[in-house]
Design a protein around this ligand. Sequence first.
Ligand SMILES: NC(=O)c1ccc[n+]([C@@H]2O[C@H](COP(=O)([O-])OP(=O)(O)OC[C@H]3O[C@@H](n4cnc5c(N)ncnc54)[C@H](OP(=O)(O)O)[C@@H]3O)[C@@H](O)[C@H]2O)c1
Length: 298
Amino acid sequence: MKNIILVAGATGSLGEKICRELQTRGANVRALIRPESNPEKTEALKEAGIETLVVDFSNSSQLVAACSGVSCIVSALAGLKETIVEVQTQLLDAAAEAGVPRFIPSDFCTDYTQLPEGSNRNFDLRKIFTALAEKRPVRLTSVFNGAFSYVLRFGIPLLNTKEQSIAFYDGKADWKIDFTSLEDTAAFTAEAALDDTAPRYLRIAGFRVSPEDLVRLSGKIFGTPFQLQNQGSLEQFSETIQKVRTAHPEGEQELYPAWQQMQYLYSMFAAHHDQLDNARYPGLNWQNAEETLRSSHI
Ligand SMILES: NC(=O)c1ccc[n+]([C@@H]2O[C@H](COP(=O)([O-])OP(=O)(O)OC[C@H]3O[C@@H](n4cnc5c(N)ncnc54)[C@H](OP(=O)(O)O)[C@@H]3O)[C@@H](O)[C@H]2O)c1
């Protein structure tokens, strides 16, 4: 019998790609859709032959029915507490009731187990969910992919193509930062969803680059010299982020306010993977740094 994998967040950037990667691997994919989702996205999933199921995520009997016969749930939900803690917990409880053995939560970020509470609001929400989830009779696998490589196209201080500058913090010019493309993360996650022996944590990176590496690569690809820019210590950066956060309480209701983006940058320099699980699933072609930067060169 084919595995049935249930994907929550299937209308999102990552979730849609996970559905397609699962399908390529011969899985039966059941995409959970909320009633207010964009119908065009639902239609695109249906056209790809993916089973779509519209559910009210606050209705536990609908969720339990959706979980029937499922071997693994993949959550690619994005949001704040209501989504990452509350909706994911409702889904996990339904999974436990329906006897689903495995759950991949919507982590897909830097390895937050290395970071103290308070350093990244969005990671803290995942920690709250994890603490609840580890008490349930469902095996968890978290995929830590570092940052999605597309963030390098956003003009962030780490790669500022307008100013031709590369930011770094004291002592961190050669610090390797983990990046993985959305596509590679989706492919690896699909493999993990079909792997009943997957461990609690899987750490991947399509490529790892330091600020010094980025100076060399950017000079080569953009044809103009880039300069390293020391931003001071990480401790000072952390204090600045806290001040900006305090000055902008409205950001507590936003997914990516300016201070949250600063927290992501901080996390890139505060934690990275010591060992990678890339080789666990052979046959994946990882997008490298040069390909990523070339695709951002417009
Ligand atoms: N490491 C990185 O650099 C990085 C960067 C970006 C994202 N991420 C992570 O990747 C994961 C997926 O993010 P994404 O960018 O693919 O997100 P996205 O495109 O915004 O998609 C989010 C999905 O979650 C669904 N959703 C949101 N709130 C919901 C709710 N309350 N109830 C039910 N469904 C809900 C959305 O449904 P609708 O279509 O109905 O809105 C959509 O399917 C998240 O964990 C995110 O934090 C990581």
